[in-house]
Design a binder for this molecule. Structure first.
Ligand code: FES
Length: 512
């Protein structure tokens, strides 16, 4: 590809969902407030929980460190589907047929529930019914696809196998789920959010929760010292922001993945597509002001690890252009997803001993339906004391052999990052060009240094404020990323995403 074609990579990331909708302006939490349920996080999970609970006459207070749907929800590919790779075969093998059945019914119900909300509330959010395809270009995957199709059909999903798809890609086989959907997630959620404040319920923005006290009631404290009192708490902060119990940091890891959008003269045939094998690639269309664009996604890797992040965008752009030779690049963005050890989200009670503390996380990149499933499970647990899908999503389910093996691998990986970061040498040469970052030694201390295009040097302590791993520079997003559990910081040390709740120490303070 030419330098001109790659020029869009020099511009800052601009997720289409955020670029095409207004920033919200809900108030900060500035007093002491009480509600029946406090919800940490105003992404798709937090807002859906709030909406469902308020519909049951329960007061809610949603509190977000940033703005509504600015985080993972603003960076998704927004595919509303019960097709999550080869998930049904995996669940059946690990947890049994009954668990696979629960997962299928839950996710198909979630699609219909989202569709119903959009229809009843007349939400203009580009909702389109689509087929979802899981395709393979390899002979070795044909049998897996056939088995998944057979199982999905047994579980009640409209599933079939085809040998051709309408993309300009030669495939060996594809699994098709009918009656799936896509939409503009932020248009949908900004509309839902409008119904939440009022009659004792609230949304608060720019209010980071830094502590949760379990007294007679829960008391949540913000970084500014304000308090939110509630009988029950739902942690919907993507990665759980509560570290006092549960050891979730040892049961969740984060992956980053990338999206580029292209304009092409090649009409898009409809449908949502994803590869069954590596490297992961996905396609869907979106309706923009300049007409139809094609979203091409993929290039996932563990957060804070891997090659120079700009290379991931380049590889994806090269793939998009090989598929659509006249591709003109438009928007680009990346996202970060929480992954569980067995591939099934954690949604329900935070621990068996905390009947009033709930969490929803670990959607494994399938957050549109899994957020609705999680919200319905938590609503049912709060309102009725039980949910038909609570067992398969139970955050405290028994760790089975396969995931226990992964657990060891993931834990070792984190331990390596801790040790590697602290032991490796750092350059002492502080000759950093505009747009560059290095870890340097200043007065004997290891400091992350980024020089912006105006020549100003920004110094931060590169020790992650979560559990102390050494941060890595992310050149594509200009951020310091943690290879252990995925916390991310701006080059000035402010939090982009957790689990941490503390900004980085500024390098200057350290030098002084
Ligand atoms: Fe856990 Fe950085 S996110 S140590």
């Amino acid at each position: 590809m030419t330098t001109d074609q790659l020029a869009f990579l020099n511009e800052p990331p601009n997720p289409y969902w955020l670029a095409s909708t207004p920033t919200t302006n809900y108030p900060q939490l500035a007093d002491e407030i009480s509600a029946d349920v406090a919800i940490i996080g105003a992404g798709i999970t937090g807002l859906t929980c709030a909406y469902l609970l308020k519909s049951e006459g329960i007061t809610v207070a949603v509190v977000d460190a940033d703005h509504v749907c600015q985080g993972t929800t603003g960076h998704t590919t927004a595919k509303i589907t019960s097709q999550h790779g080869l998930i049904y075969s995996k669940i059946k093998q690990q947890m049994g047929h009954e668990a696979a059945q629960q997962y299928a019914v839950a996710n198909e119900t979630a699609i219909r529930k989202i569709e119903e909300l959009i229809r009843v509330r007349k939400i203009d959010c580009n909702f389109r019914s689509q087929n979802a395809y899981l395709y393979t270009e390899r002979e070795g995957y044909i049998k897996k696809i056939e088995e998944e199709a057979k199982l999905a059909a047994q579980l009640g999903i409209e599933a079939s196998v085809t040998e051709e798809i309408d993309l300009p890609i030669k495939i060996k086989a594809a699994l098709c789920f009918a009656q799936q959907a896509q939409f503009h997630p932020r248009k949908y959620l900004l509309s839902l959010a409008l119904d939440i404040p009022g009659n004792g319920s609230y949304i608060f923005e720019q209010s980071r929760i830094v502590d949760i006290d379990d007294k007679k009631k829960y008391v949540l404290k913000t970084s500014a010292g304000h308090r939110l009192n509630a009988d029950k708490v739902i942690i919907a902060s993507h990665y759980p922001c509560y570290n006092k119990a549960g050891l979730y940091f040892a049961r969740i890891y984060q992956e980053r993945s990338y999206v580029v959008t292209v304009k092409t003269s090649n009409p898009y045939p409809g449908g949502m597509y994803i590869t069954a094998e590596e490297p992961g690639r996905s396609f869907r269309s979106l309706e923009s002001e300049e007409g139809e664009l094609i979203m091409v996604g993929g290039q996932h890797h563990k957060a804070g690890q891997g090659i120079d992040t700009r290379e991931h965008y380049k590889k994806l752009a090269q793939f998009a252009q090989a598929t659509y030779p006249d591709a003109q690049f438009r928007y680009r963005w990346s996202t970060q997803d929480c992954m569980t050890l067995d591939g099934v989200p954690y949604a329900g009670q935070f621990l068996p001993s905390t009947p009033n503390l709930f969490l929803a996380t670990g959607y494994g990149k399938w957050g549109m339906t899994n957020s609705m499933v999680s919200a319905m499970i938590i609503r049912d647990l709060i309102v009725k004391g039980e949910s038909p899908w609570q067992h398969v999503y139970n955050p405290s389910r028994q760790t089975i052999a396969a995931s226990a093996k992964t657990f060891v691998v993931e834990t070792l990986n984190v331990a390596n990052q801790l040790v590697e970061g602290k032991l490796s040498g750092a350059p002492t040469d502080a000759d950093i060009k505009p747009g560059e970052a290095k870890v340097v030694i200043i007065d004997g201390d290891k400091v992350g240094a980024y020089r912006d295009e105006q020549g100003t040097l920004h110094l931060v302590d590169t020790t992650c404020t979560h559990l102390g791993c050494e941060l890595h520079w992310n050149a594509a997003e200009l951020s310091w990323d943690c290879p252990c559990h995925g916390s991310r910081f701006t080059y000035e040390g402010e939090i982009i995403e957790g689990p941490t709740v503390k900004p980085l120490k500024k390098g200057k303070e350290q030098i002084d």
